[in-house]
Design a protein around this ligand. Structure first.
Ligand code: SF4
Length: 325
């Protein structure tokens, strides 16, 4: 029987991502979000965004990721996508909360312009949970409609859930909700909160410990896997996802190039996103004995400051799970 895992394509396991941030504005105020703290910066003009895309056209065999803020708030998004298509990108991906996409004509315009895939932020299986995190009543219903509209337009859709204390107990229910309501979604992503922005304001209030998170995350991964879905986990150390190590978003050799949205930053602003992410992470002394230490991302420095590193426990060579080379 063909499973969803067999259907994973270059859009899901891509080797090169070109991330272009098209602005900082957003219509939600997610408690864990880093972007809120940049909202005073002006958004790039249409020409500036297109120039950013041009700057990376030599990587057009990879995937262009349009991120923000919330990219769908830009009226020129169809123009930007069409430009990316014109310069050679054939995989054009949108990171979105999908609320604006509850308006079906906008989805149609983006699809006609060349949009191929989307990652939709879904933070809970009910309006109570999701809206409490986004701090916008009604956002859950709009996101669900947006998700359905994307699927209806033939866009390949994955979901992303930033884990927090507010949804921790509901991760498996969320996985069940997605698999039952949206069988067309190909991948469920779970992201451990990054220590920036809103998370820094209330780190322990938002961020569950690794040991608290693990049983809920594993239950969600197990449920999604049993239903034939692929899963990715970001920013989580491998010793806390036993049996799912190859589902870590950090174990595949790939390059994520991120543009700095400052138009005056020049070519120095082409950043190795994964490399930068790893610089913010630390490992425990015991990690030196771990056979996965080369590929594991470890934990955030801020996590270590608040909770310590005693939870980390090394894999021994004889118990090393299979991970991609
Ligand atoms: S012991 Fe350290 S290197 Fe090994 S999986 Fe855990 S965090 Fe990663």
């Amino acid at each position: 029987m063909k499973t969803r895992q067999d259907q994973i394509t270059v859009d899901e396991v891509h080797r090169v991502d070109v991330n272009v941030s098209v602005g900082f504005w957003c219509n939600l105020r997610c408690r864990h979000c880093a972007v809120e703290f940049h909202k005073s910066q002006p958004d790039l003009t249409t020409d500036e965004v297109c120039a950013e895309i041009d700057r990376h056209r030599m990587l057009s065999a990879g995937r262009l990721v349009l991120t923000g803020g919330e990219p769908t708030l830009r009226k020129d998004l169809p123009t930007i996508i069409a430009h990316a298509w014109t310069v050679g990108f054939r995989s054009i991906h949108l990171q979105t909360n999908a609320t604006a996409l509850s308006h079906r004509p906008l989805v149609a315009r983006l699809t006609r312009a060349g949009l191929t895939s989307a990652l939709v932020s879904l933070l809970g299986p009910t309006a109570d949970i999701h809206d409490a995190i986004t701090r916008r009543r009604g956002s859950f219903e709009k996101t669900i409609r947006g998700l359905a509209n994307l699927i209806g337009a033939g866009i390949k859709v994955a979901t992303n859930t930033v884990i927090s204390r507010a949804n921790l107990n509901h991760l498996a229910t969320l996985a069940r909700f997605i698999t039952q309501r949206f069988p067309e979604v190909h991948t469920l992503c779970f992201s451990y909160p990054q220590a920036s922005g809103g998370v820094l304001k209330d780190f322990t209030g938002l961020t569950p410990r690794l040991s608290e998170t693990m049983p809920h995350l594993l239950a969600a991964l197990e449920l999604a896997t049993e239903c034939g879905y692929w899963t990715w986990v970001s920013d989580f150390p491998l010793c806390y996802m036993p049996g799912y190590e190859e589902h870590s978003a950090h174990v595949f050799p790939r390059l994520t190039v991120a543009s700095d949205p400052d138009p005056e930053a020049g070519d120095d602003a082409i950043l190795d996103f994964e490399g930068q992410l790893r610089q913010a992470k630390v490992k425990a002394p015991v990690c030196r004995k771990c056979s996965l230490t080369e590929i594991c991302i470890g934990v955030d420095r801020v996590y270590a400051d608040h909770y310590g590193l005693e939870e980390l426990s090394p894999f021994k060579a004889e118990s090393t799970p299979a991970v991609p080379k």
